[in-house]
Ligand binder design. Structure first.
Ligand code: HEC
Length: 130
C-alpha cells in the first residue's frame, strides 16, 4: 500500500515534470527523479539488520536460503529460537567469529561491527523463521 502510494507520487512528479519542461521535453530531469527516488523506496522496505548485512561482507559467505561457505540465514533461524539470549550469542559470534557449530570452516571475526549493529543483524536473521 505504502509502495503503491510512493509509485503514484513518483509517477505524478514524473508527469508534472514532463509538462513543466514543455516545449522541450528533455528526458534528463525524468531520469534524475527516478535515480534519486528508487533507492529510497528499496531502503524503506528493508529492516536495519538486513541493510547492514547487505553492506557487509556477510553476503560472500551467507545466502538467505542457500548454504554457501556458511549456513543460510533461514537454517540459522530454524536452529535458534528468537530470544534475547540467542540474539546476544549470535551477535557475539558475528563479532568474534569461530567454528564448530556448523562444521569445520571458521567464520571470520568482524571486530569493526559494533555490538548494536551485530544485534540488529542477529535479530534480522532470527526473524526469518517461518
Ligand atoms: C568467510 C566467510 C564468512 C563471512 C564473511 C561471514 N560468515 Fe557467518 N559464518 C560462516 C561460517 C563458516 C559459519 C559456521 C561457523 C560454525 O560452524 O561455528 C558462520 C556462522 C554464522 C552464524 C551462526 C553462528 C552459530 O554459532 O550458529 C551467523 C549468525 C552468521 N554467521 C552471521 C554472519 C554475519 C551477520 C556476517 C557479516 C557480518 C557473516 N556471518 C560473515 C562464514 C562466514
Amino acid at each position: 500500500m505504502k509502495r503503491t502510494f510512493l509509485i503514484l507520487t513518483v509517477t505524478s512528479i514524473f508527469v508534472a515534470s514532463l509538462s513543466a519542461f514543455k516545449p522541450e521535453p528533455k528526458t534528463e530531469p525524468a531520469v534524475n527523479i527516478n535515480n534519486t527516488l528508487t533507492p529510497k523506496i528499496a531502503t524503506t522496505q528493508m529492516s536495519g539488520g538486513e541493510l547492514l548485512i547487505n553492506k557487509s561482507d556477510c553476503i560472500g559467505c551467507h545466502h538467505k536460503i542457500n548454504k554457501l561457505i556458511g549456513p543460510s540465514y533461514t537454517d540459522i533461524a530454524k536452529k535458534y529460537p528468537n530470544n534475547d539470549k540467542n540474539v546476544t550469542y549470535l551477535a557475539d559470534k558475528i563479532i568474534k567469529g569461530g567454528s564448530g557449530v556448523w562444521g569445520k570452516i571458521p567464520m571470520t571475526p568482524h571486530p569493526k561491527v559494533s555490538q548494536s549493529d551485530a544485534k540488529l543483524m542477529a535479530k534480522y536473521i532470527l526473524s526469518l523463521k517461518k
